[in-house]
Ligand binder design. Structure first.
Ligand code: BGC
Length: 454
């Protein structure tokens, strides 16, 4: 393992501003994307989905992935060398559920290794790998989730302080249940809404379960991004507003205000009384709110035809259409690079939610680029860290920034074709090689610890 990656400090002439003391610098991963050792856990909805021909673009599976399950010591050493304060990983529910309960032993070992290396463990309790046989269309899945969360909290709670309930229920609803691009591969369009409600309920029940186990530092990782109308035309503005409701407000409003945006609560499964009672659970106060940010979306009125967008085919019957954001650099995934979208998003949240918005942590931000000398990734991350600082100067209480991701990994329906890592993984040999961006992030963290720069 080579760890001498370092950049030419291309930004040294324009030093990064200093973030507040106690600000958490970290990196994120998820279980299904890196662990492998599929034979040592129960099956998940992703195993069945991956086995269907044509679902994963390069025909790969996550059976081995980065083999993190067996190589976690090497990966924790990479974290220690990087100097991060915290590591966000996810706990695999199908592994915890595996016969004999041995799955939790793995997380025990991982958490011990992290603590010994001085890196704070920040587990996410659900990052899309639902045990096979469970279904988010069923309300009972929320209760089952809370039981599993209690088991994990009892086992790890003596060493884990900071918890994340769910990763991106919006994307899991949209990609997995509305559009069929992710597991479990359903194409329910608006009939997928119960999946959103049941995950939100699962979140609230998990917060209660964590509190019952004594946890005092609990958040969620929700995906958000500004929605830009394609034009001032009222039809475009209306379509953009609806898209914003689906991606942003439908998932943030219930958690932060205890209400669904107008017109949405009526579409959720169950009587008005039951939804109102659920919303009380969903709005359990959080210690912080996690935001995964990648890019804004430009949205216009429907165009009556399928749209190819960012590797995804959107059906013609959607009440909006997604348009390209022109004139911006693009990642290998085709996503536009728009750092100021992060400032806009966070100041918009502060304006919308006011005192109801707890401190914010960026739980994911990153980009896919090939190559070890990944200056494009350095430029992307540098721009977004500066944009985050601008949000902080504008009065948003930001407390942390986690890069997606530590390692190149199984990028869901894209297989191994998209590389988001600060560390390159050779998927034939599983060798890890830090990229230039790893050296850049290490230098940034060291500079921040040294005190004011510039
Ligand atoms: C997800 C990650 C994913 C990343 C890049 C996020 O939406 O939480 O699992 O790898 O985006 O697509």
């Amino acid at each position: 393992m080579a760890t001498d990656a370092s950049t030419d400090a291309s930004t040294a002439s324009n030093p990064l501003p200093r973030f507040p003391d106690g600000f958490l610098w970290g990196v994120s991963t998820s279980a299904h994307q890196i662990e492998g050792a599929a034979e040592l856990r129960g099956p998940s909805v992703w195993d069945a989905f991956t086995a269907e021909p044509g679902r994963i673009k390069d025909g790969s599976t996550a059976a081995v992935a980065c083999d993190h399950y067996h190589r976690y010591r090497e990966d924790v050493a990479l974290l220690a060398d990087l100097g991060v304060d915290a590591y966000r990983f996810s706990v695999s529910w199908p592994r915890v559920d595996s016969p004999g309960g041995v799955g939790l032993d793995f997380y025990d070992r991982l958490v011990d290794e992290l603590c010994a290396a001085g890196v704070r463990p920040v587990p996410t309790l659900f990052h899309w790998d639902l045990p096979a046989g469970l279904d988010w269309l069923e309300r009972d899945t929320a209760a089952r989730f809370a039981e599993y969360v209690s088991v994990v909290a009892r086992r790890l709670g003596d060493r884990v302080g900071k918890w994340i309930t769910l990763n991106e229920p919006a994307e899991h609803t949209l990609l997995g249940h509305a559009l069929g691009i992710h597991a479990p591969g359903r194409e329910l369009l608006f009939d997928a809404l119960p999946v959103a409600h049941h995950q939100l309920l699962a979140h609230g029940l998990a917060v209660r379960a964590l509190r019952a186990s004594g946890a005092t530092d609990v958040g969620i990782a929700n995906s958000h991004g500004p929605t830009w109308p394609a034009s001032d035309d009222p039809a475009d503005r209306e379509a953009a507003d609806f898209y914003d409701l689906l991606l942003n407000r439908m998932f943030a409003d219930p958690i932060l205000t205890g209400r669904y945006p107008e017109g949405i609560g009526e579409l959720m499964p169950g009587s008005a009384e039951r939804i109102a009672a659920d919303l009380e659970i969903i709005a359990e106060p959080l210690d912080w709110y996690g935001v995964n940010y990648y890019a804004p979306t430009r949205v216009g009125a429907p165009q009556g035809a399928e749209i190819e967008f960012g590797g995804v085919t959107l059906p013609a019957e959607l009440p909006f259409s997604v348009r390209e954001i022109e004139g911006r650099p693009r990642t290998d995934f085709g996503w536009p690079v728009v750092p100021e979208g992060l400032t806009e998003l966070l100041t918009g949240f502060r304006d919308r939610y006011g005192d109801r918005l707890p401190p914010v942590v960026i739980t994911e931000n990153g980009c896919s680029y090939e190559g070890l000398d990944d200056r494009d990734r350095v430029a992307y991350l540098d721009g977004h860290v500066r944009a985050l600082h601008r949000a902080s100067e504008a009065g948003v209480d930001v407390r942390g920034y986690f890069v997606w991701s530590l390692l190149d990994n199984f990028e869901w329906a894209e297989g191994y074709a998209r590389r988001f890592g600060l560390v390159h993984v050779d998927f034939a040999t599983l060798e890890r090689t830090p990229k230039a961006s790893y050296g850049w992030f290490r230098d940034l963290i060291a500079d921040q610890r040294r005190g004011p720069v510039g």
